[in-house]
Design a protein around this ligand. Structure first.
Ligand SMILES: O=C(O)c1cccc(C(=O)CC[C@H]2O[C@@H](n3cnc4c(=O)[nH]cnc43)[C@H](O)[C@@H]2O)c1
Length: 217
């Protein structure tokens, strides 16, 4: 089966790239989409216009709203939402559903979430915690922003690409998985507390296992 791995940056999937080279795995294509929703949507749209993978896997690091989740933990994001697409109305954020520009159950949304139906689930994938992701253009670092996102959407993690990936795969009918490892907590910004090397290592260990199962390596 042809597997697409989409990542925002090459650094997030470098161990996987090295392993694919070592094992001479040919069924896997890695697409470095760039950071953010616009770059991800453009890159995936262009890719799907010419290619039809059996499964697409988005792999990346993320911030966790849940402080009980240890840094480095790998999560399967099964529900996504756009976190800052809307309008400000007298100091209050209102999303496109509440404004009425989008309907809650319009395709590909299910009650305003982008839900992975998990039509293809690799047998060897360890039972990872299934979580909800919110996707934003700006990494949240203010108490008011964090409280707003938690109150509106009850997210477990935050990324800058997840919802764009779910949207593209759902519209194209491509089975998909979003794997994220926790590199930091969503809190008042302190980059010294992030652990990107650990998150990248754990993410890539899970990615290799998943791909080995899909390609019988
Ligand atoms: O140095 C920075 O300020 C910085 C900010 C965001 C991301 C990075 C990266 O190096 C990785 C890019 C990737 O990371 C995801 N990410 C990680 N933590 C968060 C978060 O708390 N909120 C949103 N996104 C996060 C994101 O998907 C980026 O594409 C460096």
């Amino acid at each position: 089966m042809k597997v697409l791995v989409a990542a925002a940056t090459q650094a997030e999937v470098k161990p996987l790239l090295d392993w694919l080279e070592e094992t001479k795995t040919r069924e896997v294509e890695v697409l470095v989409t760039g950071i953010g929703m616009a770059a991800t949507a453009y890159s995936l749209g262009k890719y799907f216009a010419k290619n039809r993978p059996g499964i697409a896997i988005q792999a990346g690091i993320a911030g966790s709203f849940r402080h009980e989740r240890p840094l480095g933990e790998v999560l399967l994001v099964t529900r996504e939402i756009f976190g800052d697409l809307g309008a400000e109305d007298r100091g209050q954020f209102t999303d496109l559903f509440t404004i009425g520009l989008w309907q809650h159950d319009m395709h590909p949304f299910t009650h305003h979430y982008l839900i992975n139906p998990l039509t293809l689930f690799p047998e060897n994938l360890q039972p990872l915690p299934q979580v909800t992701g919110v996707t934003v253009n700006t990494v949240s670092g203010e108490t008011a922003t964090i409280a707003r996102l938690e109150q509106l959407y009850q997210p477990d993690i935050e990324s800058m690409e997840g919802a764009a990936f779910h949207y593209a795969c759902l519209v194209e009918g491509v089975p998909f998985l979003q794997l994220r490892s926790v590199s930091n907590y969503v809190e008042i910004r302190d980059k010294s507390k992030w652990n990107i090397p650990l998150a990248v290592k754990m993410l890539n260990d899970t990615l290799k296992e998943t791909i080995a199962g899909l390609t019988s390596k």
